[in-house]
Design a protein around this ligand. Sequence first.
Ligand code: NDP
Ligand code: MG
Length: 389
Amino acid sequence: MRRISVFGATGSVGQSALDLVARDAGAYDVVALTGGRNVVQLAKDAQALGADLAVTCYPECYQDLKDLLAGTGIAVAAGPAAVAEAAAREADWALSAIVGAAGLVPGLTALAQGNTLALANKESLVTAGPLLLGEAKAHGATVLPVDSEHSAVFQALVGEDMTAVERVIITASGGAFRDWPVEKLATATLAEASNHPNWDMGQRITIDSASMFNKAMELIETKEFFNVSSDMIEVLVHRESLIHAMVGFNDGALMAHVGPPDMRHAIGYALHWPERRTLPVERLDLAKIGKLTFEAPDAARYPALALATRVMEQGGLSGAAFNAAKERALDGFIAGEIGFLDMSRVVAATLDKMSSQTGVQTADITLDSVLETDRLARIYAGEAFGQLG
Ligand code: NDP
Ligand code: MG
């Protein structure tokens, strides 16, 4: 039986993964499941799948989880260190579907086993791509992309030589505000930003899709994962979200990956890789769909994209500063402290400050330097809230 673990099991990606696992439960020995506040779901899944260990990242949720699993024989633990310990438990395949920079340490810990890590947690690649991939290399571990665009690129590259790749195009739906007048964006509310036109995802990534911070993160993720330069990566607005990415080759061919907007495809591909197995996703009827549309992204509408280009060009710890500032700005928007367009202004101000004062662009990427940059960037981003005109 294949030993598997899922970190962030109670979230949108985590639940899609457990849906696939539950359909063939006899094939898997579930080692560890981790979650956060949703301990009811975590306990239910841990029992249904016979997990050895269930962990909540919040110490204050420990007692509830313990009570829910009393008498089941399933071990229970809580706190960030316990999540990392869960990631240290030997598993053949682990999925990191934690949201935010909190996914970095569990991901690094899992990689040290030298097995396979399926990575939905894009923040860890944006924050510390070279560290994470260096750790994978050092331990002979495999990292598989789960973000739909990156899974699509990965699939388009099977059997190809990277030297023949000219460009990588990742698509974007345009998010909740793609048809809003740009002048109106400043007034966008939390409820309006939390409504994605095509994908059903966690709240944070849905808001990041409206602001295109999600695509900005994915640009950096593409650069890190596939080791391509920033000028080879393009964003294309594609409203239907059916083509997830395209790879352009030196003979002019574009290999496009087309599929329904259902994360179970990318998760399933990573779960069964290098094989393809039957997956419970919709089969597209292209004649019915009729047409697919493409537009260049509007830089004025999506300032996050230019920030990503800046981060890719600056390098060093710029990604760590960018991600942490974005997370703090997003917290501020969710809490009603700042407006929708203020998020990119806060991130820009934080990058300015950290580039000129702390030299993030030239710093070495170690776990300590990443965590310190993350800590400082959150402070500077919070300070920037008060300086918005
Ligand atoms: P969700 O918010 O739905 O789920 C996040 C998961 O992480 C939950 O299990 C949550 O627990 C847990 N969690 C929250 N905070 C922490 C923390 N500090 N430490 C450990 N665990 C924590 O997110 P998504 O599933 O939408 O996204 C997960 C990751 O996958 C993100 O990096 C996202 O960018 C990426 N991704 C998501 C896609 C999607 O379709 N949703 C598509 C492509 C990538 P709980 O809910 O119990 O509190
Ligand atoms: Mg994506």
